[in-house]
Design a protein around this ligand. Structure first.
Ligand code: ATP
Length: 571
């Protein structure tokens, strides 16, 4: 029952074209039936009366054979097409689903696992539909019809076969089950290996800088080794399974040949019938043997379906649920916001503050105090455990994620870019057309016009993997230009600590000031100039706001803030 449910779930997820599938299965069965007619014709050719024109019968046999090949080719192509279409649907579904996962998923799981599921697991399904299903259909048809024909031809010989066939399968089943267990472990291992290898490749800089190559190679070698071990185990089982099958099958054939030969010599069986009989035996050996691989193929698909289904349990974001938000003229307010990433540790405790329209609110505090977490809550990557974030007095949860995030411009500390061109990066996520003139304007606002002038291909220059072909300051300015292009109502700035040289820093600072003009801005401040100019400063310590006010107010009242300023001055 659960097996059937599982399969239904797969078909429900992949939504194959049922009509086309029925046609393909019908063709597969038809070609199997044509295959069964050929030995009968051969029998007629051999045992027929001397007057029967054997060339004519031979031509008929050839015609039937060609027809069988044509139909079988068509059904094979159709089933492959259906399998590929299922995989396409599954992959689209998985990509849509995974991109909608809440951010927390990506912070815990390894992306390579998802890649493996999307590629390897779905491929197993394609193989099953494209190869195993046709084998199964034609196998069943061949088996059923052959047994009927054999009984019709000679019941004594048929009884021998009917008794021995299930015996063969009985031998194979336990080994098939073992094969499945190994292949399930192999699939899991492949997913883990893909995940770890992807991670190594994407942190090449860190690996090289820490002389970590040898350690990484060792880790990978361990995984490759265990894949090798599983492969060997699979090989062992197969090396027993294959000869065992051959032994059983050959024994059966020899027995039938001996018995049939005896009957022919006694004159109770015609030679043509005997040959036809033998051809039928050979024709059903294939399906009987393939049943064991279909079984293990099915088990693999079951495992793959389970893994894909696990993704359904992950919490996803609904981007469009809720009203459109209008930020213009509205205050943004935190009311008693408490938040924890996990049960063990509360990160923000009863944080309350208000940001009036176009004000700049700076967050200052020791490392790990919860400044970025506040940003995460504003971006709605996470929800407060208690308390509320209000926009114009209304709970942020009322508004659609999409409309809220459209209003936010985020400039991170160290901007990473997507691989692609500068244009791709600037316009990423925008649905409207953007002209070069518009790009010129935002690049100039971001103090970055010379970056474009310097590059021979201008906006069409490639930025390299995660922007590695550009300098830190250039990447920052592109991020600022990207924010300008969106004309956000709300700005989230994570100031860089000290990654830029003083000239670049000045330029970036100017660009940021341009961006902050006439916008409500939240900034994680590391520079004195920023806090001095902020309308309000929130000093956060261990998730609590321990000081709130202007620079001068805090300087007079908050010791740790004073220390922070002195440190900045010294720098
Ligand atoms: N995704 C996460 N899951 C679990 N814990 C997290 C996560 N992100 C941050 N934390 C923890 O939350 C606490 C606050 O981190 P947060 O990044 O908000 O601090 P911060 O004030 O921005 O620090 P910094 O100035 O060093 O960037 C830290 O103890 C950190 O370990």
């Amino acid at each position: 029952m659960s097996k059937i449910k599982q399969k239904n779930k797969l078909f429900e997820m992949a939504q194959p074209n049922k009509k086309l599938m029925a046609v393909a299965i019908f063709l597969s069965a038809t070609s199997a039936i044509f295959g069964l007619i050929i030995p009968l014709i051969i029998q007629k050719v051999i045992d027929g009366s001397g007057s029967t024109p054997s060339i004519g019968m031979g031509l008929i046999a050839l015609g039937v054979f060609l027809l069988e090949i044509a139909i079988s080719a068509l059904s094979y192509y159709l089933l492959t097409w259906i399998g590929l279409k299922m995989v396409k649907g599954l992959r689209e579904r998985m990509v849509k689903k995974t991109t909608a996962f809440e951010l927390s998923y990506f912070q815990i799981e390894k992306p390579g696992e998802l890649v493996s599921r999307t590629i390897n697991d779905t491929n197993l399904i394609k193989e099953f539909v494209g190869e195993k299903i046709p084998q199964l259909i034609s196998g069943i048809v061949t088996l059923v019809f052959t047994v009927i024909i054999l009984f019709y031809m000679d019941w004594q010989m048929s009884i021998l076969i009917v008794i021995s066939m299930p015996l063969c399968t009985l031998f194979m089943l336990p080994l098939g089950k073992k094969l499945f267990n190994i292949s399930k472990k192999t699939q899991d291992k492949i997913a883990g290996f893909t995940a770890d290898f992807t991670q190594v490749l994407s942190s090449a800089e860190l690996v090289k800088a820490s002389n970590g190559e040898a350690e990484m190679v060792r880790q990978m070698e361990d995984e490759i080794e265990s894949l090798f071990t599983y492969g060997k185990e699979e090989g062992k089982v197969n090396s027993i399974l294959q000869p065992l099958m051959m032994f059983v099958v050959m024994g059966l054939i020899m027995f039938i040949v001996a018995y049939g030969g005896y009957r022919v010599s006694q004159g109770t069986l015609l030679p043509g019938k005997f040959i036809a009989f033998m051809i039928y035996i050979f024709q059903i050996i294939g399906p009987v043997v393939s049943f064991s691989t279909i079984f293990s193929g099915y088990q693999k698909v079951k495992g793959a379906t389970e893994r894909i289904q696990e993704l359904d349990k992950v919490v996803t974001e609904d981007l469009t649920k809720g009203r459109q938000v209008v930020i213009d003229g509205q205050d943004i307010q935190f009311v008693d916001v408490t938040f924890a990433y996990s049960q063990e540790k509360t990160i923000l405790k009863n944080v309350s503050f208000i940001a009036k329209q176009n004000q700049t609110v700076a967050f200052v505090g020791p490392s790990g105090s919860g400044k970025s977490t506040t940003f995460n809550l504003i971006e709605r990557f996470y929800r407060p455990s208690s308390g509320q974030i209000l926009v114009g007095g209304e709970d942020l949860e009322e508004f659609s994620l999409q409309s809220w995030r459209e209003q936010i411009g985020y400039v991170p500390q160290a901007s990473t870019l997507l691989s692609g061109t500068i244009r791709d990066n600037l316009t990423f996520g925008l649905v409207r057309e953007v002209t070069d003139e518009e790009l010129d304007v935002v690049m100039s606002q971001a103090c970055g016009s010379e970056i474009i002038k310097r590059l021979p291909k201008g906006y069409d220059s490639e930025v390299g993997e995660r922007g590695s072909l550009l300098s830190g300051g250039e990447r920052q300015r592109l991020a600022i230009a990207r924010a300008f292009l969106r004309q956000p109502k709300l700005l989230l700035l994570d100031e860089a600590t000290a990654s830029l040289d003083s000239r670049s820093e000045k330029v970036v600072q100017q660009a940021l000031e341009n961006l902050m003009e006439n916008r409500t801005t939240f900034v994680i401040a590391h520079r004195l100039s920023t806090v001095v100019n902020a309308d309000k400063i929130l000093f956060i310590e261990q998730g609590e706001v321990t000081g709130e006010g202007t620079h001068h107010e805090l300087l007079a009242s908050h010791d740790l803030y004073k220390e922070f300023c002195n440190q900045q001055l010294a720098e």
